[in-house]
Design a protein around this ligand. Structure first.
Ligand code: GDP
Ligand code: MN
Length: 416
C-alpha cells in the first residue's frame, strides 16, 4: 500500500524525524491562506500523486499530448516554456496560488507514471529550505540477506536508479536487525558515510534511528527520502519522502490503512480486495482466473511462451465461494482490453465441480462477450468437466497447461 508524500511526512514528524512544515490543500484558493500561515520566504508547491519524478514531471490538461508530456518528463524532449512542473518553488502569495492552480485538477505525467499520468487532487504547500547538501536514504528488504537494508548515498536529489546502475559503490548498504533496529554504531557509520560532522552528525543519528524505527514499527515494505538535505543551519531534514506498506500487515495498523487514497488505486484491484480476491492488472488482453499464486505465475509464463499477453490475473485462492468466483469473473470482464479468458484451476481444496458450477452461473448471469477457455484438474474433475460439457455452453475445454495456453492465445487473436 502506498501513501502520499504529505502522509508519509506526517508519520515521520510524529516519529521524531525532521520534515518541513506543510499544509495540504484541494483548491487553489486555499493556497493563499496556506502561504500566509507558513510565513516563510521560500515556499514549495508540490503535486500529491503516488509517483516520483514530480520535479521533472509535466502537469497537463485533458487535451494535451500525453506521449509528448512523457518525453519531456523523461528528458527525451526539450521542455517548452511555461509548462507546469509537479514541484514548484515560489516566493510570493500570488505565485503560490498560481502554482496550485497549475496543478490541481490536472494530470501529472512523470517518468514513473507513464503517459497515462495521475490525476492531481491534492497539493502540499510546504516551507522551502536552502539546500547545502542533497543526500539519499532508502530502506528496502534485501531478499538475499533476509532483512531490511538502509541505503545511504551522498548522491541525493537525482534518480538513484541511475547511480545504482553506474556507480553502485556510491550507495552504502547497512543491514538492519529487525529486533534491534539501527544500532548506535551503525547510525554513526552511516553519518560518516554521508559526511555529516559535529552537531549535524548528532542530529543525523537521531534522524536515522527514528526513521528505521518507524519503518519497522509500521510494517513498511519500502521507504525513500530523496533528497535528505543539510540546511544552512546544519540541520538534516527530509524534503521528500515515499513510504509503502505491506498490505498483509495493514490489519494491525488501522490508522495507516485509513490513509489509503482510493483515487490513486486501480478500481478493479480495490474491488477484488473487498471480496477477498487478489487481482493484478497487466497490459495484455488475456484474462486469467487461477487458484494460487504459483499457478498464476506459471499460467502467465505459458501464455507469454505461446505468444500471448496476460491482461490480468485473479487468484481465487484455496477456499473461494461461488459468489467470489462470480465476482471474479465480473472484475475480469470489466476490462475492455480483455479478448479471451483462461480459467486454470487445480482443484485441491477448491473442488472442480464448485468452479464448474460458478463458471456456468457466471455464464448465464454475465455477458460473456469473449471466448472462455477452461482447464480443470484435481478433486472432482470428472464431475466438473461433465457439468460443463452437458451445459451446452460455448466453453472451450482444454486438457493440460500447454493445450490451455495454445487455445486461449488463439482465441484472443481470433477475437482481437
Ligand atoms: P520528486 O521529483 O517527485 O522526487 O519530488 P521532490 O520532493 O524530491 O522535489 C524535486 C526537487 O525539487 C528536489 O530534488 C529539490 O531539488 C527541489 N526542492 C524540493 N523542495 C525544495 C526546497 O525546499 N528547497 C529547494 N531549494 N529545492 C527544493
Ligand atoms: Mn524526490
Amino acid at each position: 500500500m502506498k501513501v502520499h508524500e504529505y502522509q508519509a511526512k506526517d508519520l515521520l514528524r510524529s516519529a521524531g524525524v525532521a520534515v518541513p512544515d506543510g499544509i495540504v490543500i484541494t483548491s487553489a484558493e486555499e493556497a493563499g491562506a496556506a502561504f500566509d500561515q507558513l510565513k516563510e520566504g521560500l515556499i514549495v508547491v508540490k503535486a500529491q500523486v503516488h509517483a516520483g519524478g514530480r520535479g521533472k514531471g509535466v502537469a497537463i490538461g485533458p487535451n494535451d499530448d500525453r506521449a509528448k508530456a512523457l518525453e519531456i518528463a523523461s528528458g527525451q524532449a526539450p521542455r517548452p516554456d511555461g509548462m507546469a512542473k509537479g514541484v514548484q518553488l515560489v516566493r510570493t502569495r500570488e505565485d503560490a496560488i498560481k502554482a496550485a492552480a497549475s496543478l490541481l485538477g490536472k494530470t501529472l505525467v512523470t517518468y514513473q507514471t507513464g503517459a497515462e499520468g495521475q490525476a492531481i487532487s491534492k497539493v502540499l504547500i510546504t516551507v522551502g529550505h536552502d539546500i547545502v547538501r542533497e543526500l539519499y536514504l532508502g530502506l528496502a528488504f534485501d531478499r538475499a540477506l533476509q532483512c531490511p537494508v538502509l541505503m545511504a548515498s551522498t548522491e541525493g536529489g537525482v534518480e538513484i536508479e541511475t547511480i545504482a546502475h553506474t556507480h553502485p559503490e556510491k550507495i552504502h548498504r547497512e543491514p538492519i536487525d529487525v529486533g534491534l533496529g539501527l544500532a548506535g554504531f551503525q547510525a554513526r557509520k552511516v553519518c560518516q558515510v554521508l559526511g555529516l560532522k559535529g552537531e549535524t552528525a548528532k542530529k543525523g543519528e537521531v534522524f536515522l534511528k527514528n526513521f528505521v524505527k518507524l519503518f519497522l514499527e509500521t510494517d513498511a515494505s519500502l521507504a525513500e527520502i530523496n533528497p535528505l538535505i543539510v540546511t544552512d543551519k546544519g540541520d538534516v531534514m527530509a524534503l521528500d519522502c515515499k513510504f509503502n506498506f505491506d498490505d498483509n500487515a495493514m490489519f494491525r495498523h488501522p490508522a495507516i490503512a485509513a490513509l489509503l487514497d482510493v483515487a490513486e488505486e486501480d478500481p478493479a484491484e480495490l474491488r477484488a480486495g473487498k471480496s477477498g480476491l487478489s487481482y493484478v492488472s497487466l497490459d495484455g488482453n488475456i484474462a486469467c482466473l487461477v487458484n494460487g499464486a504459483g499457478l498464476a505465475m506459471s499460467t502467465m509464463d505459458l501464455i507469454k511462451y505461446h505468444g500471448g499477453e496476460p491482461a490480468n490475473f485473479l487468484d481465487v485462492g484455496g477456499g473461494a465461494s461461488k459468489d467470489q468466483v462470480l465476482e471474479g469473473f465480473r472484475i475480469l470482464l470489466s476490462s475492455p482490453r480483455v479478448k479471451a479468458v483462461l480459467v486454470n484451476i487445480f482443484g485441491g481444496i477448491m473442488k472442480c465441480d464448485i468452479i464448474a458450477a460458478a463458471l456456468l452461473a457466471a455464464y448465464s448471469e454475465l455477458d460473456f462477450r469473449v471466448p472462455l477457455v477452461v482447464r480443470l484438474e484435481g478433486t472432482n474433475v470428472e464431475a466438473g468437466r461433465k457439468m460443463i460439457e452437458e451445459s451446452g455452453r460455448n466453453i472451450i475445454t482444454a486438457t493440460g497447461l500447454t493445450d490451455a495456453a495454445e487455445k486461449v492465445v488463439a482465441a484472443a487473436k481470433g477475437a482481437a
